[in-house]
Design a protein around this ligand. Structure first.
Ligand SMILES: [Zn+2]
Ligand SMILES: [Zn+2]
Length: 129
């Protein structure tokens, strides 16, 4: 049955996000779900989850796109938290308590904020000492 297979795939994608502490690229998600669904299905599910505001998109400094699951409780929000991009291991972490502050000029409506900080994540920092 088509419907139940799609639901299974969606649940599987959500589980991958749930387990991961960092943001994931499409390739990373696909690698974990090889047996469950194909590329196209994953793309479609990611699109749906983005539209439903369940996950959000993060553009990495090198131009790659990663996805992370939102932990916000309220349904209507814009993704205004900062992200941390590690230049050593290239992992992206949501910094949900770090919010950029800015003052917008009149007549601009902000729909998306891309606020990425880069440097070394705690893992890489510790292994460097
Ligand atoms: Zn790192
Ligand atoms: Zn995030």
């Amino acid at each position: 049955m088509k419907t139940s297979r799609n639901t299974t795939a969606k649940t599987a994608v959500l589980e991958v996000f749930e387990k991961s502490r960092t943001a994931l690229s499409h390739t990373e998600i696909q690698k974990q779900l090889q047996d469950v669904c194909d590329r196209v299905t994953i793309y479609r599910i990611l699109d749906r989850l983005l539209n439903d505001d369940i996950i959000h998109k993060i553009s990495n400094l090198d131009g790659t796109v990663k996805y992370a699951k939102c932990h916000h409780v309220n349904r209507v929000h814009i993704h205004n938290h900062a992200h941390f991009s590690c230049e050593n291991c290239h992992e992206i972490t949501c910094l949900e308590n770090v919010k950029p502050s800015y003052i917008m000029p009149h007549n601009y409506k902000v729909k998306e904020i891309n606020f990425t900080l880069s440097g070394l994540c705690p893992n890489c920092l510790n292994s460097n000492i």
